[in-house]
Write a protein that binds this ligand. Structure first.
Ligand code: F0G
Length: 351
């Protein structure tokens, strides 16, 4: 077996690159497709988790960023900019460093997880905390990329979705065909659109015999696609998907309609319950936004929308280590003991 080379080299034939494209990679992709025993039991389905938190910077964004930064390099860009709820900025900062570019990031002040902030800073990004929400940040980033020589690497950059579609390829390659249903968190709505593109391409090329129904899930306080109108002051504990006016609105609706799927909402309480279940019963530590896919699947199964025995893939989008505050908040305090076996045994209820 040869080593994994990153999504551009692995799926070069399906991506808009050529011999002149300098491939900027951290060897992203190739993430586990993990059987989820407990979620399968709960839903009566054959459920797998696509564990995207195991990408180089800890989220699925790396798949899109390798493409966006490689193409920016091909076009001679020396600086990139993005708006972010945290993961895009962490990824952009890391890939910009690999490309020898500078990176500017705009994040909503006080509304991104500490680990993500740390990533952008440690990779040397110029970070501005904007007194506004993600939607405001994206508008600013778009304006700056028009007026100044900085390339926009948000998912409105079409190369981002091209890279992100490779996750769907990996799933089909692993399962031998597309699943019946694919569940995914929805924020700015790029990723659901990218998966649909990937599944559709593989079906059109005859690699798979079918396409899955796409089930997208937003947080109930930030559910513009479900409500059918933008949310001016989006709110949710899942800060990664705290977005009121998704850029890929139309593409996400296409994915829903084209696949006979749905876009629904789950409450913060449901998200928290799924987050805890994944950690405590599957051994998978994800960030809150990521748990929306599993919370949504459980809800849809309870509503009778998921035929028993269906093969389901849930993307869990980001790593739990990015935002440990929530894990600590839900856990009891650790006990302190002296260097003494008896005391340790007692504290552990072994004695
Ligand atoms: N899950 C995580 C962990 C995310 O970081 C994001 C988006 C999503 C899900 C939703 O994906 O936007 O393609 O619908 N994060 C972006 C960011 C907005 O700036 O990091 P989407």
């Amino acid at each position: 077996a040869r080593a994994w080379r990153g999504v551009v080299e692995e799926y070069r034939d399906h991506l808009p690159v050529n011999e002149k494209t300098p491939v900027v990679t951290l060897q992203e992709g190739g993430t586990p497709l993990l059987p989820a025993v407990r979620v399968s039991e709960l839903t009566g389905c054959d459920v797998h988790l696509k564990v995207e938190g195991l990408n180089p910077t800890g989220s699925f964004k790396d798949r899109g960023m390798t493409m966006a930064i490689s193409k920016a390099a091909e076009e001679g860009a020396q600086a990139v900019i993005c708006a972010s709820t945290g993961n895009t900025s962490a990824s952009a900062a890391a890939y910009a460093i690999r490309a020898g570019m500078t990176c500017a990031v705009l994040v909503p002040q006080g509304k991104i997880a500490m680990g993500k902030l740390a990533q952008a800073l440690v990779h040397g990004a110029r970070l501005l905390q904007v007194d506004g929400n993600f939607d405001d940040c994206l508008e600013l980033a778009r304006k700056l990329s028009i007026d100044y020589p900085v390339a926009l690497v948000n998912s409105v950059n079409p190369y981002r979705l091209q890279g992100q579609k490779t996750a769907a390829f990996e799933i089909v390659d692993a399962l031998g065909d597309a699943p019946d249903i694919h569940c995914i968190p929805v924020g700015n709505a790029g990723n659901i659109s990218a998966y649909w593109m990937g599944y559709s391409e593989y079906a059109d090329d005859g690699v798979s015999s079918r396409k899955p129904r796409m089930f997208g899930f937003q947080a109930s306080g930030s559910a513009p696609l479900v409500n059918g109108e933008p949310v001016t002051t989006p709110n949710t504990i899942a800060t990664a998907i705290r977005i009121g006016n998704p850029a890929s609105w139309d593409l996400a609706e296409n994915a829903r309609e084209g696949s006979g799927g749905l876009i629904d909402k789950v409450t913060d309480r449901q998200i928290m319950a799924a987050y805890k279940l994944l950690a405590a019963e599957e051994g998978v530590f994800v960030e809150l936004a990521s748990a929306a896919s599993v919370a949504g699947l459980i809800q849809a199964a309870e509503q009778g929308l998921v035929p028993r025995g269906s093969r389901v893939v849930c993307t869990v989008t980001g790593n739990g280590l990015k935002d440990p505050d929530w894990a600590l908040a839900g856990a009891g305090a650790a006990t302190t003991v002296p260097v003494d076996a008896q005391a340790a045994a007692q504290a552990l209820d072994l004695a």
